[in-house]
Design a protein around this ligand. Sequence first.
Ligand SMILES: NC(=O)c1ccc[n+]([C@@H]2O[C@H](COP(=O)([O-])OP(=O)(O)OC[C@H]3O[C@@H](n4cnc5c(N)ncnc54)[C@H](O)[C@@H]3O)[C@@H](O)[C@H]2O)c1
Length: 264
Amino acid sequence: MQQAADWIDLTGKVAHVTGGAKGIGRGISRALAMAGAKVMVSDVNLDGAKATAEDIDGAAMFLDVSDRVAVDEAMAHTLSTLGRLDILVNNAGVYQEFGGPVRDITDDMWRTLWSVNVDGVFYCCRAAADVMIKQGNGGRIINVSSTQAVTPGVGVTYDGSKAAVAQMTKALALELAAYNINVNALAPGPTWVNEGAPPATNGAPPPPTGNPLGDTVADRIARLPKGHWGDPMEQGKAVVFLASSMSDFVTGIYLPVDGGWLTL
Ligand SMILES: NC(=O)c1ccc[n+]([C@@H]2O[C@H](COP(=O)([O-])OP(=O)(O)OC[C@H]3O[C@@H](n4cnc5c(N)ncnc54)[C@H](O)[C@@H]3O)[C@@H](O)[C@H]2O)c1
């Protein structure tokens, strides 16, 4: 008899995770490998990608997702080295150094962020869809959006880019369902990706600074219902759900994995 554990078994599947050198991308790569998938870890930080891959017996490559020619080559390279492509996780994204008040956003900041967070997701989806359709066995595409797509806080650049990713996900889900390719968005809430232990939450919000962007985020983190920052592996577990047979009938959703952020 089939066991429920079989539903999350990704043995024989090949995944490509962008931005897998650290943070959430590393957690996602680890979780997919723990479920049995062979993972191609790509990143602009090749050393970091190699470190992730070594840890999970996967493969690593340099990829800047904002370079459309390189993206096409990367999906072809995944196919030629690992034999197939079943799962794409569009995780690569930039935020911290590109947020802030609108009057401080330069044209370069705007273009750079959108070229990675939006153009990059589009290029990777297009290239992977082409491979998956030709392969003829369906597939899974998981786009990493953010709770900021719904509740702004980082700034017009980032918040807009993540809303775009959420809506691109729905459009692609509608289009690619005919090929049995499920397309879903993961929306992480605050997930600790830096060195050391995360700061405490569940305290009094810090005094307002007058910057509505930063204050909104700080207030939500302080009042996060689950009472602690998320861990990259918590995002990885949700990706395994979206990549596996557990979610065969799930497509076009925006899945918050956020410790209750969106209840606030
Ligand atoms: N950490 C959070 O709280 C949080 C919350 C919501 C959404 N997210 C999203 O999750 C994803 C991962 O975030 P993170 O917190 O792990 O960030 P991170 O900065 O720790 O890691 C991002 C990775 O992406 C890589 N990268 C950056 N630009 C790239 C490019 N052009 N091509 C390929 N790789 C590139 C970086 O080198 C890095 O390894 C992002 O899309 C981010 O917007 C994060």
